[in-house]
Ligand binder design. Structure first.
Ligand code: GDP
Ligand code: IMO
Ligand code: MG
Length: 427
């Protein structure tokens, strides 16, 4: 059985949660491998409507094991809340496991996220405020605390004492903030450790065993390619890599194991937070897409900026991730529009370019070059067969396939699990 990576192809919120919930029916394991609770994955299925921040969207099937991989940073309070909410809705969470190597989000990470944003003033990144950047920075600086550390209280205390002393110096001397109490943080995190202990495992070994049993494994991406610190709109990015290649590292499997990489694209573009969005619509069409698509952040509730589909972006993410197929979501949101635009290149200093510049100052000078297509102006959310889509909708999909050189496997026409057209099967 293959390993399928499901990857955000734009700026996040493409509908990865919906797609994973759909594909997970046949999966032995679904694993998150990057990000933290900055992610918000919406799943609407027979159990209800859920916004998952840390728990993989495959948790709803009775035999599927859900893994939070080593590449994720975990706020234990958020995780425990999420487990409780799922249990309340009758979802069995006994098959949820956490890598002992996953780093913890500590209270000082959340404080520092806010203080660093405030100090950026007009240049704030617009982070989710969940402590993600500071937690990944500490991982790289070898100042992190891993969830497995909570299982040995003495060693944990020693490490926390050393790190908290350093963090309190930064909080008080640089930001003039109050220091955190060692006793309080220690007691709180020991309690989290006790409550999560039974779930903390060497999950890379569990994955290896699942692969040896020939089970389908899904790697559930978080964020989107353009939020990648290397290939995204740096510095307006997140702090861990959302790319397919990070799926191996963040779950602990070999690159040779991944056999399918599904890019999840919205039928247009959105972005929440600051930074370039070349096809942004600051007009009534942008407002219409936002209102019809309820484009407000799953994690923070902030309005999402909306724009036309950008094939320069899509080609970059197809190339860098190696997509073997695409899922196009939210096609129904475009139902009312008489004309649709697709960005096919940029105009930069009087010349046309077809690549995505690495530098945001250059990117901000890029003017999209558009191709126009006719809209379908008809409801499509009840359609389940590709052939039954209006001709204009099929033309739109076919043109995207052509421009990004990637076959479309899945078309999503509504938020619910069943509101899906399988154009060609993923496996
Ligand atoms: P993720 O972070 O990639 O999992 O995406 P989010 O859950 O943050 O945002 C996607 C939003 O689109 C959610 O509100 C979904 O319920 C919704 N959604 C997903 N697919 C479709 C679709 O095909 N049509 C519509 N109208 N909504 C969709
Ligand atoms: P999912 O998995 C959309 C954005 C934030 C901000 C930038 C940095 O739901 O697609 P961070 O808190 O990560 O330091 O914020 O990244 N961002 C997301 N935008 N979807 C997400 O996740 C995001 N996770 C982070 O808005 O611009
Ligand atoms: Mg989201």
């Amino acid at each position: 059985m293959p390993v399928i990576a499901v990857i955000g192809a734009q700026w996040g919120d493409e509908g990865k949660g919906k797609v994973v919930d759909l594909l997970a029916e046949k999966a032995g394991v679904v694993a998150r491998f990057s990000g933290g609770d900055n992610a918000g994955h919406t799943v609407i299925n027979p159990y209800g409507e859920f916004r998952l921040h840390l728990i993989p969207s495959g948790i709803f099937y009775p035999y599927t094991v859900a893994i939070i991989g080593n590449g994720v940073v975990i706020n234990p309070a958020v995780l425990l809340d999420e487990i409780a909410q799922l249990n309340q809705c009758g979802v069995n969470t006994t098959r949820l496991f956490i890598s002992d190597r996953a780093h913890l989000i500590m209270p000082y990470h959340i404080l520092l996220d806010r203080l660093e944003e405030e100090s950026r003033a007009g240049k704030a990144i617009g982070t989710t405020g969940k402590g993600i950047g500071p937690a990944f920075a500490d991982k790289a600086a070898r100042l992190g605390i891993r969830i497995g550390d909570l299982l040995d209280k003495e060693t944990f205390l020693e490490r926390l004492r050393f790190i908290l002393d350093y963090k309190n110096t930064i909080l008080t001397k640089i930001y003039g903030a109050s220091p955190l109490s060692l006793d309080e943080v220690y007691a709180q995190y020991c309690q989290y450790g006790e409550r999560l202990a039974a779930r903390i495992r060497e999950t890379d070994i569990m994955l290896e065993e699942a692969l040896n049993r020939d089970e389908l494994v899904i790697l559930e991406g978080a964020q989107g390619t353009l939020l990648d610190p290397d290939f995204g709109t740096y510095p307006y990015t997140t702090s861990s890599s959302p790319l397919a290649s990070s799926g191996c590292l963040g779950a602990g499997i070999s690159p040779t194991r991944i056999s399918r990489i599904l890019g999840v694209f919205k039928a247009y573009c959105t972005r929440v937070g600051s930074g370039p969005l070349p096809t942004e619509l600051k007009d009534e069409t942008g407002d219409l897409i936002r209102e019809r698509g309820h484009e407000y952040g799953t994690t923070t509730g902030r309005p999402r900026r909306c724009g036309w589909f950008d094939t320069v972006v899509a080609r970059l993410s197809t190339r860098i991730n190696g997509f073997t197929g695409a899922a196009i979501t939210r096609l129904d949101v475009l139902n009312a529009l008489p004309r649709l635009k697709i960005c096919v290149g940029y105009r930069l200093n009087g010349k046309s370019v077809d690549y995505f510049p690495s530098n945001i100052t250059t990117l901000e000078k890029c003017q999209p070059i558009y191709e126009e297509l006719e809209g379908w102006q008809a409801p499509i959310s009840d359609i389940r067969q590709y052939e039954q889509l209006p001709a204009q909708a099929r033309q739109y999909i076919a043109r995207l396939e052509e421009l990004i050189s990637c076959p479309v496997n899945i078309i999503s026409v509504g938020a619910r699990r069943e509101q899906t057209i399988i154009k060609t099967p993923v496996i």
